[in-house]
Design a protein around this ligand. Sequence first.
Ligand code: HEC
Length: 160
Amino acid sequence: MTRLIVFVLVIIGLVSLTYLNGFKSMPRSNQAFDYKTYKIEQDDKQKVLEEIEHKRLAALEPKEEVIVVKAVFKVDLNTEGLRRGNKLYSKCIVCHGKLGEGKKSQNAPKIGGQFEQYIVTQIKNIKSGIRVNKVMNPYVKRLSVQDINDLGEYIAKLPW
Ligand code: HEC
């Protein structure tokens, strides 16, 4: 019986010795716990986690599909005046643009969609010289009253 007790004690002793030895060789430092550094480290980790979460959520969101609709604008040439106006307007496109949107490089203003009466008056005034417009004058001086009215009708139908 005594032998058994001694044997058990020796075993316990050996086990504790190995355990304590291991504890002794564990690395440790005397550095004081620095809360500031700890906090910064934790915050950095938090940030990284948040970023990952953000990316995960972004990937889950359904992507919006952008549908590009290019509207093709066409004036419905349903009157004789509009048909003539459309033909006559081909000479004005260089400066005022296909849709009468104007061209900055030419200093030509937007005229598409302007009131018909206003356009007619301006062209008449430019033709007669009441309104001085040297660049446009050669294009309007041979226009008849009918031509000017048809141009006005057509230009007024262009998008504003
Ligand atoms: C060489 C370039 C050029 C061409 C071609 C041209 N225009 Fe112009 N147009 C101008 C410029 C520049 C002005 C602005 C002049 C000013 O400051 O008064 C103008 C002004 C106008 C205006 C007055 C706009 C407003 O808001 O007061 C009308 C209307 C007009 N043009 C119609 C026409 C028509 C119709 C034609 C074709 C027959 C034509 N233009 C061809 C350059 C041009």
